[in-house]
Design a protein around this ligand. Structure first.
Ligand code: GLN
Length: 485
């Protein structure tokens, strides 16, 4: 493989700007990397070779003409397959949407195109973003590039694997309960779940609308910040989109960690956590102290209740959002039906996978009359309780430090025996979505099997700058620390 794909995104952008490399060369290098590796890794569901190269030619022409281009212009990237694109299929890794192409581009895709990004293709995921290992994809398995006998995490497993295996400079994922942060952690890359509403959801196929958020995955905090800066802006097509503009990249990365107050929730480290994960996260807290931050232990009691509340709320919303897949308008339609009722039933029975059906059943049950108060209302109460707890913490602290997941990447099938076992892995990520807060996942070490361990920074709403600055400082200090040793 060509050396260029191992360079940082910043270096690649500089080389493009200085015309040391052409965009066609860079794009070809990534396409070659996909050809060489993706039979094993399985990150891509669709590779858009022709359109990627055609766009690359145009970007090169613009540069020759001396046009001022966006800093991300010409960088080849990948998009999770639940984000709508007019010129490629969008399947949500479901049989239900096999061969479906959207009539419009998601707002994020429009922004990428305006910035002259090169879209390499669409990447694998858990069906309709439900899962934490990408094993729920109808189409194929995605392997963790760090250890190919293990899952890449999920549901944005294709996005994380593509970035980790140098098959894209960066990728977009979506995070409803951890799906950007957890695969980033499992594959050893960076993932940012922005504050709810910071990035438009228009054209993101909905799983649970009050929790869903698009986020970038990249090789470094700086990369994630650059993509966040491009995508985080108000969009009239999304009524929940925030009004304020994102800060510039130097501002997003430039806050000093010195004097920052960090909350360390002790409850996160008690049971069910892999020892090496616990040790690496506590070690990271020491690194922040050495950078001049003040770390204090806090109690976060709502955490245990957040998980069941998340599964109730997200499934309730999913049952309503996925009602549109009935064989009439989109995608799959059963061949065998006599009545409209039968068309609905058979289409949904044949088109959806097990996990999706499980969530629809759970959600429909929780919303049905007689159970609504007992389940859905109660979950909403827990939701405000969790939000209140975080609000109180943020009166005193700049951010919360936590693991991303209780373990490192596991082997295929290992968590598939009971769905609840898989759900428990979301314990540290779902409270962030429940409260609508930003969360950043960065690498903080490796376990004895050399598997990456993720560190999660959770911040105040709309304060991505604190997280990105702290994450950036941590990354820099880690590099220095490595050199010194
Ligand atoms: N693992 C969680 C779930 O299965 C989160 C999924 C997501 O963030 N899309 O619901």
């Amino acid at each position: 493989m060509q050396a260029i794909i191992f360079e940082t995104m910043k270096k690649q952008a500089e080389m493009l700007q200085n015309k040391e490399i052409s965009c066609v060369e860079l794009t070809s290098a990534y396409l070659e990397s996909i050809k060489q590796q993706d039979d094993v890794i399985g990150a891509y569901l669709h590779v858009a070779e022709e359109s990627a190269l055609a766009t690359a030619v145009k970007v090169d022409e613009k540069r020759v003409k001396g046009e001022v281009l966006h800093p991300l212009a010409g960088l080849p990237m990948a998009i999770k397959d639940n984000i709508c694109t007019v010129d490629m299929p969008t399947t949500c890794a479901s049989k239900m949407l096999e061969g479906y192409t959207s009539p419009y581009d998601a707002t994020v895709v429009k922004l990428l195109k305006e910035a002259d990004a090169i879209v390499l293709g669409k990447v694998n995921m858990d069906e309709f973003a439900m899962g934490a290992s990408t094993e729920n994809s109808y189409y194929k398995k995605t392997r963790n590039p760090v250890a190919t006998d293990r899952v890449p995490g999920g549901s944005s497993g294709g996005s994380a694997a593509a970035v980790a295996a140098h098959m894209a400079t960066y990728a977009l994922g979506s995070d409803t309960g951890g799906s950007v942060r957890q695969p980033a952690s499992f594959c050893g890359v960076v993932g940012l779940k922005p504050t709810y509403g910071r990035i438009s959801r228009s054209g993101l196929i909905a799983f649970a609308s009050s929790l869903d958020q698009i986020g970038p995955l990249g090789r470094s905090v700086e990369d994630a910040a650059a993509v966040y800066k491009l995508l985080s802006r108000h969009d009239e097509m999304d009524s929940t989109s925030g009004k304020s503009e994102a800060l510039s990249v130097p501002e997003l990365l430039g806050k000093s960690v010195k004097g920052m107050k960090i909350a360390l929730p002790i409850a996160f480290f008690s049971e069910g956590i892999q020892v090496e994960v616990k040790e690496a996260v506590l070690q990271a807290a020491k690194v922040f102290e050495s950078l001049g931050a003040i770390v204090e232990e806090v109690s976060l009691k709502g955490i245990d209740a957040a998980l069941p509340a998340y599964y109730l709320i997200s499934s309730a919303e999913a049952s309503s959002n996925l009602a549109r897949f009935d064989g009439v308008k989109y995608g799959y339609r059963t061949e065998d039906f006599q009545s409209i009722e039968e068309l609905y039933k058979r289409t949904r029975g044949e088109g959806f996978g097990r996990e999706v059906k499980r969530r629809i059943l759970l959600g429909t049950y929780a919303l049905s009359s007689g159970y609504y108060d007992a389940y859905y209302q109660k979950a909403l109460k827990i939701r405000s309780m969790v939000l209140n707890e975080y609000t109180q913490i943020f009166e005193k602290y700049d951010f919360v430090l936590s693991p991303v997941a209780p373990s490192t990447a596991y082997r295929f099938g290992e968590h598939g025996k009971s769905p609840v076992e898989m759900y428990l892995g979301d314990i540290y990520t779902v409270p962030v979505n429940i409260a609508g807060l930003p969360g950043l996942s960065i690498n903080c070490g490796f376990d004895q099997n050399h598997l990456p361990i993720g560190l999660q920074l959770i911040g105040k709403a709309h304060d991505e700058a604190t997280l990105l600055s702290a994450g950036f400082a941590f990354e820099q200090s880690k590099k220095l620390w490595r050199v010194e040793r």
